[in-house]
Design a protein around this ligand. Structure first.
Ligand SMILES: Nc1ncnc2c1ncn2[C@@H]1O[C@H](COP(=O)(O)OP(=O)(O)O)[C@@H](O)[C@H]1O
Ligand SMILES: [Mg+2]
Length: 441
């Protein structure tokens, strides 16, 4: 059996640590402002990212500066939301940790010049938040710590049972963040109430899967009928790209090409930023009838909204750079929206005001037929197709894939017998021995 993961003292055993608990929000915010180091964890869908947005807003309301970051550009883009995280003077980001702290990739050397630049970027920050910490390797984490301002509060967020860092040690094991000695200073708070899934048997199944238990009987209740109007998740980018091309080619409507346009900044650097830090495409192929995924919170649309292109205008340019795309979104409240290219902006602080460093225009949509599990980590999907042959090579990968879906009926699975969920022993050990934060809620 698993160790008891409860963090709360002096409460009845049925107490559940809930991301929606206002006292939890208040306590964590207070501790961070005092300079605490906290690791906010919990299974997929327990509201970690949701809570991060509330915490950032609370800190800003108390007129303290909070820098909101994530380990990958995709995870950072999921931190933008309707509550206006970007509008406050006290909130920096959301951005990747790499750009916030001027970190080199772990395969590259660190330099004094970069360290100094990183320090000056983080200077004046009271609290730093890093989401999707499971993907961050210990070396990069330590480089980040070298750039810290004086005693900031730090909140690292994520689930170590999800995708591990890409960086490996000499024995080819993922270089987990908890290998860093400094990680011992971070006290663990684990959220326990699942907000993404509501079905009790699905939640129990997922919790076991999280611990690497394959439960073949569960899949007998899952449909094997793929719904190609909704995303299929793959282990590799190649497979996801192939699926997108395949479904695109099946559409008999006219093909349009939208190339991104640089509006502000050095074109080469702006495009490099755009390709690395947004989920939008440099060249986006569009057709009427195509299923697309919205990748930006914008005009009531949220990141992850699915829809179908119903018309494309700008035909006089022979299929290049259309002006407007009309999309019928699946979510009733949204309905049909017409959109032009969206301005993806990189803003930097310039004294008391913000300055636009790069601005690149592109439609905020990507084809929705194939996605990688890596890209999907953090997302919530209504319907999702999975193939057991394509997803099993990394620890946590099966768990991340299956846990994206809200319901059992939304799941569509082929080759379930080939799913091989597994975990790393070191992750189990980390949670079993972690230094837990005692909170009286
Ligand atoms: N306290 C909450 N109240 C309402 N909705 C929530 C709450 N916590 C999470 N959610 C919703 O549940 C889903 C999963 O939350 P998310 O923050 O993405 O989980 P995690 O980051 O832990 O995987 C999202 O759709 C989110 O908006
Ligand atoms: Mg999340």
């Amino acid at each position: 059996m698993y160790p008891d993961f409860l963090v709360v003292e002096n409460v009845e055993s049925e107490f559940v640590v809930d991301s929606g608990d206002p006292k939890l929000l208040e306590r964590i915010t207070e501790l961070l402002i005092q300079g605490e180091r906290i690791f906010l964890s919990g299974a997929a869908g327990t509201g970690k990212t949701w809570l991060v947005k509330q915490i950032a807003r609370q800190i800003a309301e108390k007129e303290k500066v909070v820098y909101v970051t994530a380990s990958t550009g995709i995870a950072a883009s999921l931190l933008f939301d309707e509550i206006g995280l970007r509008q406050s003077f006290f909130i920096k980001g959301p951005s990747t940790l790499h750009s916030a702290a001027m970190l080199p990739w772990s395969s590259e050397k660190d330099h004094t010049r970069l360290i100094e630049k990183g320090k000056s970027r983080l200077a004046g920050t009271d609290v730093i938040i890093i989401d999707e910490i499971s993907i961050l390797d210990s070396e990069t984490f330590e480089r980040f710590l070298k750039r810290l301002p004086v005693y900031p509060g730090i909140l690292v967020v994520g689930d170590l049972f999800q995708l591990p860092p890409v960086a490996r040690d000499k024995k080819n094991r993922p270089n987990f963040v908890f290998r860093s000695k400094a990680f011992n200073d971070f006290r663990l708070v684990e959220l326990q109430k699942n907000y993404r899934q509501a079905e009790a048997d699905f939640i129990i199944f997922l919790e076991n899967l999280r611990h690497g238990q394959n439960q073949p009987d569960f899949y007998l209740r899952i449909s094997s009928e793929f719904d190609h109007n909704h995303p299929t998740l793959f282990g590799t980018r190649r497979e996801a790209g192939f699926k997108n091309s395949l479904e695109f080619s099946k559409l008999s409507t006219k093909s349009y090409t939208s190339k991104c346009k640089v509006k502000v900044g050095d074109p080469e650097k702006a495009i490099e930023w755009f390709e690395n830090y947004t989920r939008a495409l440099h060249t986006c192929q569009l057709k009427e009838g195509m299923r697309v995924l919205c990748i930006q919170n914008h005009d009531e649309l949220v990141n992850g909204d699915l829809g179908t292109i119903i018309s494309i205008s700008g035909k006089e340019r022979e299929g290049n750079n259309p002006d407007r795309v009309k999309i019928e979104f699946d979510r009733n409240r949204i309905g049909t929206r017409e959109m032009g290219p969206y301005e993806f902006k990189k803003e930097v602080q310039d004294g008391y005001s913000t300055k636009v460093k790069f601005s690149v225009e592109q439609f905020p949509i990507v084809p929705a037929y194939g996605l990688t599990v890596h890209k999907a980590q953090g997302m919530t999907l209504d319907i999702c197709n999975l193939d057991g042959r394509k997803i099993s090579f990394a620890a946590g990968q099966v768990y991340v894939a299956v846990s994206r879906c809200k319901t059992k009926t939304g799941l569509r699975i082929h080759n379930a017998n080939m799913f091989q969920a597994f975990t790393r022993k070191s992750v189990e050990e980390y949670y079993a021995n972690a230094n837990r934060l005692r909170l009286s809620l």
